[in-house]
Design a protein around this ligand. Sequence first.
Ligand code: DGL
Length: 276
Amino acid sequence: MQTVNPIGIFDSGAGGLSVLREIQALMPNEDILYFGDQGHVPYGPRPMKQIQDFSEGITRFLLGQNAKLIVVACNTASAAALKYLRQTFPDVQFVGMEPAVKPAAEKTQTGKVGVLATPATFQGALYASVVERFANGVELFQNTCNGLVQQIETGSLEGMETRRILEDALHPMMEKNIDTVVLGCTHYPFVIPMIQKIVGEKVRVIDPAPAVARQVKRLLEAGGMLNRQGGAVRFVTSGEVMAVESVIQILLGGNVKVESVTWLNDREVLVQLPAG
Ligand code: DGL
């Protein structure tokens, strides 16, 4: 599918689709180019420098396809690379993710909040700064949910392993009397129904994607860049095309065609020409 001046969105894999669906719902006339780096998923346990290199390579690819704004729809890449991307591409507008500690701290009644994110997100300066600015005496309980990203990448939203990982993360937090859970990884909104089953309906689960979509809209409006008559969406992956097509079908519904791209090295992506 052809896109003209699309919004570029990327993630280590399918997680950024939780942001894509909010952007689509809010701005159905925007063309979107989504890059899932399934060839490298998960990013969470990787060194910061490598995540920066991947993010730079993907950004160059998206700009090469005329992206007008780039959404780093990945908390891990935002933690590791957002600052670096803004320095490296000073003329490009980026929208990134940060764990929603601020709204959680404002709304909690018990003063206790759970945060689910990857190891790299917790280690990054961005998380430390969010906690310092907004936690405001609220006690935060963190968990990296090891293996959950991979479960979601296979479309296992309700499987036994998915439930086990979430129970292991959430039960100790519930014993501490949390009343709010912050989703600090864009994969995790896809398991909100399972999370809600475990913690009960009284615990608030915060998905930051709608706020990110509103921020994208504000920037496009301010720059006079809103699209009035588009709506094409193009998906590319550095992973297995068929596997990615089927996980998109599970996560978003509907049939989509996914295009294949290849990494030449850690910072350069090669577009594959269609066969024939
Ligand atoms: N979706 C991701 C995030 O928001 C990446 C998870 C990973 O690749 O480890 O952090």
